[in-house]
Design a binder for this molecule. Structure first.
Ligand SMILES: *Cc1c(COP(=O)(O)O)cnc(C)c1O
Ligand SMILES: [Zn+2]
Length: 403
């Protein structure tokens, strides 16, 4: 059992298709009834394989209706070499690039698309910087639903675009940025043309909570001191917060890690609000960054993110595109872990915050790396050494590699 509520005024929201509070326009959230879980012990969960649906008692959709591609269950890498370089006691990377469509979006989508089917919807849709559309297109295919995705003009990474097209969605590029595309898809949803599956749909973050459950599960309930993640629309940091709060309420964890959100310098409204000590933010009119998945000027869940950060004694910081690309390479070349630029923002943020003394050397840190390196091959190839050219002889190959 669960109820949909307004995050801002607390009203109960009955309309199953609402994308905002009918009373105050605030963002929605779900309050889970944890009674079913309260008689359980954490070990009981382990009867099922690790993945999103292991945590079914914490999800607002009946498991029997699940449209699943076996999402979640991603590796938690113990990155000893990179942790040493960064200068922290321990570092783990939660590698969300290992999800079915290559990003954490699949965790929310399995729940969101299952919900769409529970409601009898025939068409689902979203606005997307890329990964949401890739994920929705795949789950819509699995659930036999029609799918419409709206992308901002020109700035979608090749891997993501290819996926949305491949899984058979109607792919529409609108002449505007992400925030413009979101406004259009909201209107389509209000007109009944489609069921909206952006992360303002409160069922999405419920699925995304499972990344935090898995981290705790994989660390055998030894909760880390800090979790660092990139922030775009800001639903994921909220989801992680909500997960820890639910398990804390049950006494399954004894503390909530300091949640630390990293934005790109050209797209950092949450960081500015945090620096000013505010609980609300001023949108960035012209967001710019190489990390297209977090190129968001008006984060839909921005107020939720600020609560997550303040309430956990966390932090918000921005990193430059150069720092992002450098961290992406460092992670790849130190640990063999390939992530897309937005995901590398978490590692870039770690390096910066250790440098500035915000993160102390005795902390046990987990960086959530949200998406796969293959999502954005163009950025990778721009930042790497050039391909060497040689004649088809061993001698000439020896000559060029010796340089
Ligand atoms: C969606 C996405 C983000 C941002 O997540 P929010 O919930 O919008 O803050 C970060 N990285 C990647 C790879 C993403 O796809
Ligand atoms: Zn409200």
């Amino acid at each position: 059992m669960h109820t949909v509520k307004c995050f801002e005024c607390g009203a109960d929201v009955e309309d199953e298709f609402a994308d905002a509070c009918p009373r105050c326009g605030g963002i929605l959230t779900i309050e889970m009834d944890l009674d079913a879980a309260s008689g359980m012990r954490p070990a009981d969960l382990r009867k099922k394989p690790i993945g999103v649906w292991r945590y079914a008692p914490f999800l607002p959709v009946d498991e029997r209706n699940a449209i699943s591609l076996l999402e979640g269950g991603t590796p938690l890498y113990h990155c000893k070499a990179l942790g040493k370089k960064a200068g922290v006691k321990s570092l783990h990377v939660k590698y969300e690039g290992a999800n079915p469509t290559g990003s954490f979006k699949d965790r929310g989508m399995t729940v969101g698309v299952s919900r769409a089917l529970e409601l009898g919807c025939k068409t689902v849709g979203c606005a997307s910087t890329g990964n949401t559309s890739a994920s929705l297109a795949a789950y819509a295919a699995k659930g036999d639903l029609k799918c419409v995705v709206l992308l901002p003009n020109g700035k979608v990474a090749a891997g993501k675009l290819a996926q949305a097209m491949f899984y058979g969605a109607k792919v529409v590029m609108v002449d505007g940025n992400f925030d413009d595309a979101l406004n259009v898809v909201k209107t389509l949803s209000r007109e009944g043309e489609l069921y909206l599956l952006n992360s303002i749909n409160p069922y999405r973050p419920e699925g995304q909570k499972t990344v935090a459950f898995e981290i705790v599960d994989q660390l055998d309930f030894d909760v880390p001191d800090r979790v660092i993640l990139p922030v775009g629309n800001a639903a994921n940091i909220w989801a992680v917060y909500k997960a820890f709060k639910e398990w804390k309420a049950l006494g399954w964890v004894d503390k909530v890690p300091k949640l630390t959100g990293i934005q790109a310098a050209g797209s950092a409204p949450i960081v500015r609000a945090f620096q000013a000590g505010k609980r609300d933010f001023v949108p960035e009119e012209h967001p710019e960054t190489v990390a297209t998945a977090i190129r968001i000027g008006n984060p839909a869940s921005g107020k939720k993110a600020l609560q997550a950060i303040y309430d956990t004694n966390g932090y918000a910081e921005s990193v430059t595109d150069e720092e992002i690309v450098a961290a992406q390479k460092l992670l790849g070349r130190t640990e063999g872990v390939g992530v897309e630029p937005a995901s590398a923002a978490s590692v870039a943020g770690l390096l910066k915050l250790v440098d500035t003394g915000v993160i102390s050397k005795d902390e046990r840190v987990v960086c959530i790396c949200t998406g796969n390196v293959l999502k954005d091959p163009d950025t990778v190839m721009r930042s790497c050494e050039e391909i060497l050219k040689a004649k088809p002889t061993a001698e000439d190959v020896k000559r060029v590699i010796a340089k």
